[in-house]
Design a protein around this ligand. Structure first.
Ligand code: GTP
Length: 597
């Protein structure tokens, strides 16, 4: 165990974790120069295209130290976006140390601080790294000062590096061995392994990534998952290189994987403890359960695909422990699932992965947070309202509470005014204003979660020209004046477009949704009335006028082949439409209504 080091790479989004991890892989020859491509650990196309890490990635490096000994370094790269901080917390639980990367051109940002605190809570050894020092705009002295203020370390402990040029990477490897303590644990004790991630492979089933705290796991062992109590055979075990590398045994202190042939997501729980069936150990404590923040219905475009959708969601859940779902039905959309997400980016990614990896085109209903409803004369009954249709009728409803968060925003002083205005508009309360330096300030707000999940992040970025970073944690539940806003198309309620909104925002929201739907709905042969209503009261209305008849033939001056092509194109488009009575609504419209200007 003295030769093992387990560490994760944490940072604010885009500060260069993946690029620096690439250099670590290269320098330890884990990946050859020939096979090297940018963001080598981000194996999803989606991650590459968007340039973001969505999922944590674990990999083992072999490193020859200057002391002449070879060390095993288990690296876990983590995502930086606030939606995925759960992935960070899981990775941290599997490590003894963390590389805290700070972009020298940006300085300390909100998630630098929150990820650092997560790591400190788990007593991780922190190696601060000032990254991107190759850039002309690097502010080495100023950002070093910020790091010293934050961590309280001496200046000499801060390593300078560039993931782009490779400068300083050798020093980082040395520091990992010298500064991060080797894992503790007893290889002879009963097996106690933490499942910190799982990946679904269509041929092999679920592959669980594990960190062994105590004991030894051998190929063929009869293992038990403590959460379910079910036993399986360890068909294959091994360590994580660029590919899976099978081994006969892995023992305390090490990170690896296990394949047991499990195909159902309910059988493997991230955070669960793996042990031996004939010599079980105690479960590992202190692993945080994932808490979804946003809920939305996901429905198949075609009702016949319901079971396939369930299957796909289950497989996706094996890859993404933070996705939760349960069946639900909608008058407008039939059978589907109410899913819980970590935030809007997560929702967007799940929808995209369903389409790309499982060929499932889905409709996503308007998302909302989870409210608590109290019923009159039943003080002990608390309903968790995750779906607008679950909100009790006003006649029996006593009160509703909504979740609040505590938010930290770090920005340049010149943007304070804009940010204050935004947060006040979002019903926020300023709780702290702290100057980190004469130019930089940390603002703390208490805000309703519902106000920040949709467009807050984008608006914050635009009003601060990108010079504001943002992070949040759940706080508590507070009384809320909540109403259910219904959308009607030609007087028919479309429950998939219903939303739960604060009364003070309902009218403006209703008007915006109607306006946006007017843009999104294709014209039909008849007039479409779009209405927003609270209870029986109509609060907004728009009209989509009817299409002129025979428009295609006229447009193309009777050119039959062009007309046919156009009709074919329209037919292809129809596949992504959903019919409500006679009205066709494009699949994307359900989420696009939220892209309010
Ligand atoms: P997320 O995983 O999405 O949080 O991003 P990340 O922290 O992994 O950042 P990533 O490595 O993707 O780098 C973000 C951007 O910074 C990319 O465009 C990189 O090319 C660039 N970059 C990263 N490191 C360096 C560096 O040392 N120097 C320069 N000049 N650019 C860098």
């Amino acid at each position: 165990m003295k030769q093992i080091r387990n560490f994760c790479v944490i940072a604010h989004i885009d500060h260069g974790k993946s690029t620096l991890s690439d250099r670590l892989l290269q320098m330890t020859q884990t990946i050859s120069d020939r096979d090297m491509k940018a963001q080598a650990l981000d194996d999803m196309d989606l991650e590459r295209e968007r340039g973001i890490t969505i999922k944590s990635h674990a990999i083992q490096l072999n490193y020859m130290h200057t002391d002449g000994q070879e060390y095993i370094l288990n690296l876990i790269d983590t995502p930086g976006h606030v939606d995925f901080s759960y992935e960070v917390s899981r990775s941290i639980a599997a490590c003894e140390g963390a590389l805290l990367i700070v972009d020298a051109t940006q300085g300390i940002q909100a998630q630098t601080i929150s990820n650092l605190f997560l790591a400190l809570e788990h007593d991780l050894e922190i190696i601060p790294i000032l990254n991107k020092i190759d850039m002309d705009t690097a502010m080495v002295e100023r950002v070093s000062g910020q790091i010293i203020d934050l961590i309280g370390c001496p200046e000499k402990d801060i390593l300078h590096a560039s993931g782009k040029t490779g400068q300083g990477v050798a020093e980082i490897l040395t520091a990992i061995v010298d500064r991060i303590p080797p894992p503790l644990g007893d290889p002879a004790a009963p097996l106690q392994a933490l499942i910190f991630d799982s990946i679904f492979n269509p041929f092999r089933g679920a592959i669980a990534n594990i960190r062994i705290l105590n004991g030894t796991l051998r190929k063929g062992d009869k293992v038990r998952f403590l959460a379910t109590g079910n036993d399986y055979s360890a068909d294959e075990i091994g360590v994580l290189k660029m590919d899976y590398l099978p081994k006969q045994e892995i023992s305390a202190g090490n990170v690896g994987y296990i394949i047991t042939g499990i195909k159902q997501s309910s059988e493997i729980k991230v955070g669960d403890t793996l042990t031996l069936a004939d010599r079980p150990a105690e479960p590992i404590q202190g692993f945080e359960e994932v808490k979804p923040m946003v809920f939305a219905g996901i429905f198949p475009l075609d009702n016949d695909d319901f079971e396939d959708l369930r299957d796909s969601l289950e497989k996706l859940q094996l890859n993404d422990a933070s996705l939760v779902f349960e069946p639900e039905s909608s008058a407008a959309l039939g059978f589907g699932f109410r899913c819980g997400f970590l935030g809007m980016l997560h929702l967007d990614i799940i929808q995209e992965r369903l389409s790309r990896e499982f060929n499932q085109d889905v409709i996503t209903t308007i998302p909302n947070v989870s409210y608590r409803a109290y019923i009159r004369r039943e003080p002990d009954t608390v309903l968790n309202v995750r779906n607008p249709t679950d909100l009790p009728e006003p006649t029996i409803l006593d009160r509703v509470e909504e979740p609040y968060i505590s938010a930290q925003i770090i920005t340049e002083t010149e943007y304070i005014g804009n940010i204050m205005n935004l947060c006040i508009e979002k019903r926020g309360i300023l709780t702290k204003q702290h100057y980190l330096s004469p130019e930089r300030v940390e603002l703390n707000f208490e805000l309703p979660l519902a106000e920040i999940v949709f467009d807050f992040y984008d608006r914050l970025k635009s009003i601060s020209r990108g010079y504001a970073s943002f992070d949040y944690q759940p706080l508590d539940y507070r009384a809320s004046d909540l109403v259910k806003l219904d959308i009607k198309l030609n007087s028919e309620n479309v429950d998939a477009l219903s939303a739960l909104v604060h009364r003070s925002k309902a009218e403006a929201f209703g008007r915006k949704i109607c306006k946006k739907l007017k843009e999104l709905l294709p014209r039909q042969q008849f007039v479409i009335a779009i209405q927003a209503a609270i209870g029986g009261k109509i609060i907004a209305r728009e009209t989509v006028s009817a299409m002129r008849k025979d428009v295609t033939a006229k447009c193309y001056g009777g050119d039959i082949s062009r007309k046919r092509k156009l009709l074919e194109k329209q037919k292809a488009g129809k596949k992504k439409m959903r019919q409500f009575g006679k009205i066709e609504v494009p699949q994307k419209a359900f989420l696009d209504v939220l892209k309010l200007d």
